[in-house]
Design a protein around this ligand. Sequence first.
Ligand SMILES: *[C@@H]1O[C@H](CO)[C@@H](O)[C@H](O)[C@H]1NC(C)=O
Length: 217
Amino acid sequence: MASRYFLLSAGLLALVFTAALASDSSPLQDFCVADASSQVVVNGLACKDPKTVQANDFSASGLHMAGNTSNPVGSKVTPLTAAQIPGLNTLGISLARIDYAPSGINPPHTHPRASEILLVLKGSLEVGFVTSSPDNRQITKVLQKGDVFVFPVGLIHYQKNVGNGNAIAIAALSSQNPGVITIANAVFGSKPDIASDILVKAFQVDKNVITNVQSKF
Ligand SMILES: *[C@@H]1O[C@H](CO)[C@@H](O)[C@H](O)[C@H]1NC(C)=O
């Protein structure tokens, strides 16, 4: 009986512990403004002396400015993470502005550490994400100005501007350092390259196709 009770308790504890680790850890102080000069390597960034913290540590400017979308994908992400706002360190949230040229895409990518909620401020976006294997179901929708859409943590997702003019979106993310893995760049543009025979089998195409795609990243 006692051991069954112990197992149950241990199981519950494990569940609680897992839930607590499912997002960035809760801060143990009001704030831990990142000290960019610290050499200490921790899970996050070392804290500045709270007495030296200023309003600007919690602030950023310029998000009213359009990103430069003159690039092959026709979009630009302007992130505001703990790297840009030191005061975000340990708080588990961040923000990004995304600009899209007509027909521009934010290519398929994933955030290893964050779910995302995207708000369309201007234009019209086709958005989607793909569920895990083996289903790999694509969940997709066309959004208009004022619409929001959620991309669950870790899942591959994308946006495409399907309106006539430029489009703008704001994304909020559940990590101060969400990370991004852009699928094409990571798979075909790694340094050094993933061996082409591996990609030939993975994608079931000829080697010249792989070499051609690799040459673009
Ligand atoms: C936008 O980026 C392109 C390509 O890098 C560059 O040629 C152009 O000068 C940039 N435009 C502005 C306004 O910065």
